[in-house]
Design a protein around this ligand. Structure first.
Ligand SMILES: O=c1ccn([C@H]2C[C@H](O)[C@@H](COP(=O)(O)OP(=O)(O)OP(=O)(O)O)O2)c(=O)[nH]1
Ligand SMILES: [Mg+2]
Length: 156
């Protein structure tokens, strides 16, 4: 079956500042590349930290990289990305950092080389504003924020 994953998008990357391996897809079907920490750091309960990765990249125009949490770290340790998905712009040339927050009860130790998050390459679309006098009507109208019901399933 034809699929965009068969034509990977090249991303320019400087020699890794910290001599670590580049992010890799852990399995053939993985959506994200696991990215590793370039530093040893301990994140106290409730604290957050911008974890160095040593990576400086040039994403092609028309794409972004999203920094997403790893579910294992979130479930087992309460470690997640507070700005998820973090946005890496195609024109950013600084060091890619992974912001982590510790929602767990214990301090969390990160060692250089630990996989702290995953990077998802995604296409970017652009909006333009079209000012109008009125908007088309819909069944939803102005309802939102739970207007269709609570957590009870629609079928029950
Ligand atoms: O998790 C992240 C999020 C952002 N960045 C870098 C790349 C991104 O292109 C830049 C700006 O990110 P963002 O637009 O989310 O931050 P901002 O607070 O709006 O800063 P700026 O005014 O620099 O855009 O910071 C990271 O390294 N990691
Ligand atoms: Mg910004």
């Amino acid at each position: 079956m034809h699929s965009p994953v068969e034509v990977p998008v090249p991303i320019k990357v400087l020699p890794h500042g910290e001599g670590l391996a580049l992010p890799v897809y852990a399995t053939e079907g993985a959506a994200g590349m696991d990215v590793v920490s370039a530093e040893d750091v301990t994140i106290a309960p409730g604290a957050r930290h911008a974890v160095a990765t040593g990576l400086a990249v040039a994403i092609p125009y028309g794409f972004e990289i999203q920094v997403r949490p790893r579910s294992g770290l979130a479930l087992k340790h309460g470690i997640t990305v507070p700005n998820t998905p973090g946005t890496i712009d195609s024109d950013y040339r600084g060091e890619l950092k992974v912001i982590l927050i510790n929602h767990g009860a214990e301090a969390f130790d990160i060692r250089r080389g630990d996989r702290v998050a995953q990077l998802v390459l995604a296409p970017v679309t652009r909006a333009s504003w079209l000012p109008v006098e009125e908007l088309d009507e819909t069944a939803r109208g102005e309802g939102g924020f739970g207007s269709t019901g609570g957590v009870v399933s629609l079928g029950s």
